[in-house]
Write a protein that binds this ligand. Sequence first.
Ligand code: PRP
Ligand code: URA
Length: 209
Amino acid sequence: MGQVHVLDHPLIQHKLTYIRNKDTGTKEFRALVQEVSMLMAYEITRNLPLAETEVDTPVARARTNVIAGKTLALVPVLRAGLGMLDGILNLIPNAKVGHVGLYRDPETLQPVEYYCKLPANVEERDVIVVDPMLATGGSASAALAAVKARGAKQPKLMCLVAVPEGIRTVQRDHEDVDIFTAAVDDYLNDHGYIVPGLGDAGDRLFGTK
Ligand code: PRP
Ligand code: URA
């Protein structure tokens, strides 16, 4: 069974408070989501495998390490996942980027896939699926299925706010997937919104309604 990692670094928790605040405007919301995403990426990549190498310093030859294997693939779920992308890329600028396009049908709340394009050799890469909200879990589960169907092995899921129901859905559908989140909130309301959550992540990131 995949693990749930709640990233409780004080900076992440502090910034999440301002992200949640309904009075935080689009510009600040976007900046804060990027900052938190960068901090979360630091924690998520903590166990990346290293390979030994050597480098000539100005003084001597040094035995050192670099990250092993092919560069990471980040896969934001359109559209709200895009809001987390630049923050992660600040930390891992060489990462490849794929996209999965999903929307929730407003009546059934079921995810509908409309786009999927992933980096080459995705089967050889560490893959992180990125979506700020894990609500019913339908979108995350469908996005994980989409990347796995194209070869991704044991992708990770990174979100800002999750609820137990969404975590259960992902764990039921994807036993191998580790979930990284900044918070696990209380429940889903009748409209499928996370309570207390932060509202509609896509609308708040892009200033739509
Ligand atoms: C939001 C969010 C997730 C989804 C989570 O996207 O970004 O993808 O809801 O809900 P779920 O866990 O119940 O599937 P939304 O469908 O609102 O689309 P958007 O990103 O285009 O705003
Ligand atoms: N999607 C959002 O953007 N917010 C929620 O609370 C739930 C799903």
